[in-house]
Design a binder for this molecule. Sequence first.
Ligand code: ZN
Length: 178
Amino acid sequence: MNKNLILSVLLVMILFFISATTTNAYSFNTRNWPKKPLQPYTVTLQYTTTNSTYKSTFTTAVSDWNSAQSKIKYVLTDNIAPNKVGTENVDDPSLYGTCYALNGSSLYFNAVINIGNPQIVNNSLTRRSAAVHELGHGIGLGHETPPVLSVMNSQRDRTKVYIPQQDDIQGVNMKYPY
Ligand SMILES: [Zn+2]
């Protein structure tokens, strides 16, 4: 092998390494749960829908987050709770869901998926992806931009990226490092 070829290969490897590390680029929103060291912080969510399909979407999304990380523990209930999960019906097929702050609170939220979007109604993976995304905002993650593989990336393929990804988990661990 000649020297130039070896140098070129090395350069390509270095560039690949740099791009591979900088694509881990989670971002945060202002939500910051008062987590104590060495124990998960419990965030209780109240179902605001009685529809079994959408309830089970959030049940799945909660277990997706609870099994992916150990900082924030989501618990679902039919009883009154400070945070809400459910549906909204907005006639906008580009809208999959929203995570609203409740009563101006910097913590409590209402995470909804948009049943005005046929893809939410008809595709269970898209539905799951949207619920996991909104609960990611509930933990404190912000949006991610392409090409990052992240459930917080609004341009992800929702039928393929529907659980928390490595970037998302790293984000949670950086937000709550103790
Ligand atoms: Zn979002």
